[in-house]
Design a protein around this ligand. Sequence first.
Ligand SMILES: Nc1nc2c(c(=O)[nH]1)N[C@H]1C(S)=C(S)[C@@H](COP(=O)(O)OP(=O)(O)OC[C@H]3O[C@@H](n4cnc5c(=O)[nH]c(N)nc54)[C@H](O)[C@@H]3O)O[C@H]1N2
Ligand SMILES: Nc1nc2c(c(=O)[nH]1)N[C@H]1C(S)=C(S)[C@@H](COP(=O)(O)OP(=O)(O)OC[C@H]3O[C@@H](n4cnc5c(=O)[nH]c(N)nc54)[C@H](O)[C@@H]3O)O[C@H]1N2
Ligand SMILES: [Mo]
Length: 782
Amino acid sequence: MSRTSRFHPATRFQPYAGPAGGWGALRSVASAWLGSGNALKNIRAMLKTNQNGGFDCPGCAWGDSPEAGAVKFCENGAKAVNWEATRRRVDAAFFARHSVSQLREQSDYWLEYQGRLTEPVRYDAASDRYLPISWDDAFALIARHLNGLASPHQAAFYTSGRASNEAAYLYQLFGRSFGTNNFPDCSNMCHEASGVALTESIGVGKGTVTLGDFDHADAIFVLGQNPGTNHPRMLEPLRQALERGAQVVCFNPLRERGLERFQHPQKPIEMLANQDAPTHSLYLRPNLGGDLAVLRGIAKYLLQWEREALASGGPAVFDRDFIAEHTHAVDAYLEAIDATPWARIEQQSGLDRDAIGQAAAIYRDAGRTIVCWAMGITQHHHSVATIQEIANLLMLRGNLGKPGAGACPVRGHSNVQGDRTMGINERPPAALLDALERHFAVPMPRQPGHNTVECIQAMLAGEVQVFIGLGGNFAQATPDSPRTQQALRNCALTVQISTKLNRSHLTMGREALILPCLGRTDIDRQACGPQAVTVEDSFSMIHASRGQLEPLSTQMRSEPAIVAGIAAATLGKRPVGWLWLVEDYARIRELIAATITGFAGFDHRLHRPGGFYLGNAAARREWNTASGRAEFKAHALPADLLPEQARRPGMKADLILQTLRSHDQYNTTLYGLDDRYRGVKGMREVVFVNPADIQRLGLEAGQQVDLVSLWDDGIERRVSGFTLLAYDTPPGQAAAYYPETNPLVPLESFGARSYTPTSKSVGIKLEPSVGRNNQIALGSCS
Ligand SMILES: Nc1nc2c(c(=O)[nH]1)N[C@H]1C(S)=C(S)[C@@H](COP(=O)(O)OP(=O)(O)OC[C@H]3O[C@@H](n4cnc5c(=O)[nH]c(N)nc54)[C@H](O)[C@@H]3O)O[C@H]1N2
Ligand SMILES: Nc1nc2c(c(=O)[nH]1)N[C@H]1C(S)=C(S)[C@@H](COP(=O)(O)OP(=O)(O)OC[C@H]3O[C@@H](n4cnc5c(=O)[nH]c(N)nc54)[C@H](O)[C@@H]3O)O[C@H]1N2
Ligand SMILES: [Mo]
């Protein structure tokens, strides 16, 4: 069977006219229920999503209101739950039927669709198959490899952001007790720039707002984010804000449906009356990577108006008291504003100064403003500078540490923020290591470890030999796919702790294990009874999650139990009795309470309805920065939006490409092949390009093209046979889906100081695909 033949319905592309949400969302939820093969059970389970006593949605990291009873899941949360809670199983019989070479021929969609991994398996090279292995033998094999390494730094411990706090805490304690800080994680590819930027600017690497702040904001700015697909529960607060007279300003090169109009699929009256409401008051469409210039333009207006106010004695535009009392280095920042000419701002942002002036006026007139952002801001070369410019703007008007105002990096994976809090960090703060050393009386490694990019480089160089993945799909989610996959193959041992089959299981080291784990929805029984785990959302709320469904197999183990099993086999009881700990997760929470700031009385506080707020020093106007104040950071605009390697003479890019998510996917997990709000049905190998660019390049909509990325290192990076779609994107700016386009993102193309692959900024050329020039009949979304 070919990789695509079974799941390739007729291709189609028609504009989508409806609002986000609405009947389309309901239909999609119903089909996810039916498709799970577990409809009735899953409907009952869904009603427990994000409820007290239920489980945390394995979808995004948006927060939940604490009130009981309300429905707290969205279309894409329902898809995530049904995808996990399927009846289909990938067991020994499945692996006996399919060799690894055969499985490699299948699409990513097909692989995950086969069902839940239900028993531990080990790769057997002779038969090219995964064969069953006992848990004890699997743990012993890992221990043998780890203990045979010349240095603990030859091991890397990857984490994806679904791991619970309990699992993540044990994992980092194990890795560090073993001797390394090699903790690459999905956050390195995601909100790393937010952490780096905010830590320097305001002393905490997290957002400063809570969900309740959205009820008090006069303006909400949304930059580089597509909440209609990726954080659907955010649309309701946006709409409510508009209804009470607040302003919502969106910055996005694409006209994303969810940022335009929304119909609440859980409000029957609204659905029956077919009412929907806008989700923005102003929508600006900058170039990819143009946000720093836009924000600088806003700052330029504010400075001009503040000077006029000073001259005329009119009301202040800046929060002068806040600046004087709480901030550092404003003068250098104001100089940087003056030094940035309007012509550069307009050229780099793609917006004229009047359009930027409209956003600036809204910001000036709002007493309280929240700024939200996601991957459109964090996955560029200069993301740290852009996020520090957001912080600068917030500081100019005292929008930190007051209700209804603040910074809101909207996180991705449901517990990615918690995993960092628990110490999944390749550059851990000294205070964490000190606390662990004090409590466990063993030395902790002080040498910084590898982030995701460095880990791939180290595997390519043969320096990392054992790779363990606690969730995720390292082979597909990372940049430069062929090189990353080579990196995994270079390892002596790769271990994937997973719920579903994916390409990382088929891109293995010389030895390989797949260890099947319980997911969020599964009941987790340990020696002392059913266990709850905990997670932290984007708003620093910690709450419990209790699985509701009977696991598909008694052979699956919880993530904490798997980590403890590996640790006990490798380290014995050093520095804790690992197996004893996982008999009752309250024992793990006691260790967290003793060693992680803010978790005193953890197990007890957990039982409050809705969980508890971890607190945020910047939200209290306490600044844990070098100067002890919130710091203005003065950055120049980048010389060019593409770095030198991508714009050498003779190598000029046709377009800048962003790689993004469709409506039917969760990162590398594909629930289907449609992208409803962008009008795409049944296809993913497409590239969205402005019609004027298509004409300029002498191409035609519907044609098959190759995308070739430009990077001056002699490696050819190409993906072939993509359908060219004429789409309403600003000239010069293209878009295509991740992970199909990850082979185009060079490993060395990462953000300054964040090391985040520049997934939203890839210089490309388009070439007609050889031998594939048959035109596809399409509608048009331009
Ligand atoms: N259903 C679903 N939910 C998810 C996920 C999922 O895959 N599916 N993934 C989860 C994860 S891990 C994450 S990190 C989040 C991701 O959430 P998002 O950040 O919303 O995800 P992307 O699809 O990458 O969308 C990026 C958006 O930014 C815009 N953009 C791109 N470049 C720029 C730019 O330079 N400037 C501006 N202003 N806009 C730009 C794009 O047009 C697009 O609308 O969602 C989380 N939630
Ligand atoms: N080009 C490009 N690349 C990107 C991005 C982009 O926008 N463009 N986005 C980046 C971002 S923001 C992120 S966060 C990363 C995501 O990177 P990852 O987190 O590594 O990838 P996922 O696709 O979320 O991982 C899916 C796999 O996780 C496993 N899984 C699911 N649930 C569980 C669970 O509960 N426990 C365990 N142990 N395993 C589970 C399943 O086996 C599934 O196949 O990708 C990054 N890569
Ligand atoms: Mo993410």
